[in-house]
Design a binder for this molecule. Structure first.
Ligand code: FES
Ligand SMILES: [Fe+2]
Length: 330
């Protein structure tokens, strides 16, 4: 995983008041819960006393209580009570659970994965998806490194093969370009935008991205580091994916179908049908992508790429530059 990035790892609604949930993200066991004010915390699922999983403990008023010896920790990870030392004793500051800087925005829980907690950059988003849009989410597990799942969503060459029966109908096997742009609004931020120009092969030579006219319309696809992807189908219809890294060989996909139909029942029905379509399409991808080796993509892994893989090359370059920049900082 690239350090010093925000990652959408869960949806807000997965963490209900009064409940403790445990999960693995970024290769680490984590626990999440809310205090009596609804404040959220995401922390390491490991008691600093003797290493028990806090997730098998329980919630007290504003703390999580370890099941082994009853130590209590607040949402900042600070120990507030060591019962064996007496209720009037001050717990040592070192008795602290690791917590992750957390933001709840757009219905996702984002954690900051990396160094430094002061002056964190804004949580990345696609500003064109405004509050006028509603969504339905579908969640699915892939036995892939999240970089492979991301690359699949930037892969315009696979459309007429994997998706011949759905979004790849029409036998447009010849890939012009595609045009890919990268922009950055703040250090560590990168937005990739993609314009697809696939055509039916009638013997013509595919055009390189540099031979194509400047796109005069919004991008078809966008990816924003650390883990958000956007398919701009129409202004009132979008698909968004968050690729939540579980570990080096597993990813939890959150795929949302966004639209503007707000009439009750119709909204649900429309969302349900849209999500069913997304499930059908992403399962076409999953069947193939989970077989890719090595699990983790990178530059120089021995794959022989073609011009149509341009977006994947750009993703790998930006990914590598962000990893190297984080190593210099650390
Ligand atoms: S192991 Fe958690 S309180 Fe002892
Ligand atoms: Fe696909």
């Amino acid at each position: 995983m690239i350090p010093n990035q925000w990652y959408a790892i869960l949806e807000s609604r997965e963490i209900k008041p009064g409940r403790i949930i445990c999960f693995t993200r970024m290769g680490e066991k984590m626990v999440a819960w809310r205090d009596s004010q609804g404040r959220l915390t995401v922390m390491s699922d490991k008691c600093p006393h003797r290493g028990v999983a806090l997730s098998v403990g329980k919630l007290t008023a504003d703390c999580i209580q370890c099941p082994f010896h009853g130590f209590e920790f607040d949402t900042s990870g600070a120990c507030k009570l060591i019962p064996a030392n007496g209720r009037n004793s001050e717990p040592p500051r070192a008795m602290h659970v690791r917590t992750y800087p957390t933001r709840e925005e757009h219905g996702f829980i984002h954690i900051w994965w990396g160094a430094g907690t002061d002056q964190l950059p804004p949580v990345p988003w696609f500003e064109s998806i405004g509050p006028n849009m509603v969504y339905t989410t579908m969640k699915d597990h892939w036995a892939s490194h999240y970089s492979r799942a991301i690359e699949n969503q930037l892969d315009v060459v696979h459309l007429p093969y994997i998706h011949a029966s759905t979004i790849g109908r029409g036998n447009k096997t010849l890939v012009n370009g595609p045009i890919t742009r990268s922009e950055s609004l703040w250090p560590g931020d990168h937005l990739l935008s993609l314009w697809v120009k696939n055509e039916v092969d009638q013997g013509q030579k595919p055009k390189r991205a540099s031979e194509l006219a400047e796109p005069g319309r919004r991008p078809f696809l966008q990816f924003r580091f650390g883990n958000l992807w956007h398919n701009w189908i129409a202004d009132n219809l979008r698909v968004l994916a968050a690729f939540a890294p579980i570990d080096d060989e597993n990813t939890m996909m959150y795929i949302r179908y966004y639209h503007t139909l707000r009439v009750p029942l119709l909204r649900q029905l429309y969302g349900w049908v849209g999500s069913l379509g997304n499930l059908l399409i992403e399962r076409q991808d999953r069947r193939v992508v989970i077989t890719q080796r090595p699990y983790r993509s990178d530059l120089g892994i021995g794959e022989i790429l073609i011009p149509g893989d341009g977006p994947i090359v750009l993703y790998r370059k930006v990914r590598r530059s962000l990893i190297e920049a984080a190593q210099i900082l650390s």
